[in-house]
Design a protein. Structure first.
Length: 407
């Protein structure tokens, strides 16, 4: 529409006023503000120029509720790749959670058998210790008294042994009374038992009775590690007095970690010893392999059963208490499957894209199932074209374009 056409059109701005070609109109003298006039002219010119988009631009934006179109350049940039829906043998799985743990023989709690004061220790959490390594030095007057009692009892035992032997000889010659022989025997046997008890106490606190018999009395004892592993807890400091029941240190041997999985009661019938397990730790993306070793026989209040799994590959860097998710493979079956990257999710539903033309793509809702070795089982809607090329790379780019066009 030209400017002359605009001027020749009768437009009524105010009651009783008409703009026409014959009207000698001057914006400055007219009761219509000049700004309002320019605004109306621009609106009319804009309406005349609408619909100027080229057919090519319109074609790129045409999309239905489940179709998207791309240009050749867009397909190249997005690196769209294609594949096919395959029939594969996948394992039916049970998804479980659990935590890494160690067997009882690989976790040790250290305490002082006779109590005492901590004289020396350098242990910190996370330190590596060897079997037989000194963890702490303890001191207490009771250690000295124990060694003294042993030496005295040992010396008395030697005298009583000689006395008992002499009384046996006299009894054989009918020189002494039977009561005297019995008393000598009683003294000897009781003292011998006392010596053996003191010897065991000395060995319990890692003191050598042989060295003590030679006069070597020590005022300190060593607390040594019974296993090799890592220190996980330290509860003492220098100068602290500990009772025999107090926990001083905890040491864990991480070379034989196992996985304790919690399996719900409803899945228990599907479990068997020896089944394959794919285990993924919270900080890892690649799963580790394991196998079911033991199945618990008690149901917890949460209606779960503990399943003991052995890792196929030991890893000393793992720490007890790490959480994991796992898939326990219970059976194998032949199913339709697609690569994992072919499935996209939107608002709680899963979709795949098929190529329906050179540059046309259509989305289809699917239900995903078990996943194994990069392939996921899918349940397809009726009438699904299995021969159409399946988008295996770039599906999320197509989903973004589809949803953006709809909006």
């Amino acid at each position: 529409m030209s400017a002359n056409q605009i001027m020749s059109t009768n437009l009524f701005f105010t009651p009783g006023f008409t703009l026409s070609k014959s009207t000698n109109y001057s914006p400055m003298k007219s009761p219509i503000p000049a700004l309002l006039f320019l605004l109306i002219v621009s609106i009319l010119l804009g309406s005349c120029s609408s619909g100027s988009d080229t057919p090519k631009e319109q074609a790129l934006n045409v999309s239905s509720a489940n179709e998207a179109a791309l240009t050749d350049e867009q397909i190249k940039i997005l690196n769209i790749a294609f594949g096919k829906i395959e029939t594969r043998t996948l394992s039916q799985t049970i998804k479980v959670n659990g935590m890494l743990d160690v067997p009882p023989q690989n976790m040790v709690t250290i305490s002082a058998p006779l109590g005492g004061f901590v004289k020396y220790t350098e242990l910190l959490q996370g330190m590596r210790v060897r079997k037989g390594q000194v963890l702490a030095m303890m001191e207490d007057p009771a250690y000295i008294q124990l060694q003294q009692d042993y030496i005295e009892s040992k010396s008395q035992l030697e005298f009583l042994e000689l006395e008992y032997t002499r009384q046996q000889q006299l009894a054989a010659e009918n020189v002494n009374a039977a009561k005297t022989l019995q008393q000598a025997k009683s003294n000897y046997v009781s003292t011998k038992a006392k010596v053996e008890g003191l010897r065991s106490k000395l060995q319990l606190i890692h003191l050598s009775p042989e060295q003590i018999e030679q006069g070597e009395i020590k005022n300190t004892i060593a607390i040594v590690s019974p296993i090799s592993g890592y220190v996980t807890q330290v509860h003492v400091n220098i100068g602290m007095y500990v009772q025999p029941a107090d926990v001083m240190f905890k040491i864990v041997d991480t070379e034989h970690l196992h996985a304790e999985a919690q399996v719900f009661e409803k899945d228990l019938a599907q479990l068997k010893v020896g089944q394959h397990v794919l285990l993924t730790l919270a900080h890892e993306s690649r799963p580790r392999t394991a196998n079911v070793y033991l199945i618990g026989k008690e149901i917890s209040p949460e209606r779960t059963v503990r399943v003991h799994c052995h890792l196929d590959k030991e890893d000393p860097d793992l720490i007890p208490g790490m959480y994991f998710t796992a898939l326990i493979e219970t059976s194998e079956r032949s199913v339709l499957a697609v690569p994992e990257n072919a499935i996209v999710s939107f608002e709680g539903a899963d979709y795949v894209f098929l190529q329906k033309g050179k540059n046309q793509f259509m989305s289809f809702p699917v239900k995903s199932g078990a996943t194994e070795n990069g392939f996921t089982e899918v349940l397809l809607p009726e009438g699904f074209d299995l021969s159409a090329p399946l988008v295996t790379q770039g599906a999320y780019a197509l989903l973004n374009k589809l949803k953006n066009v709809e909006e």
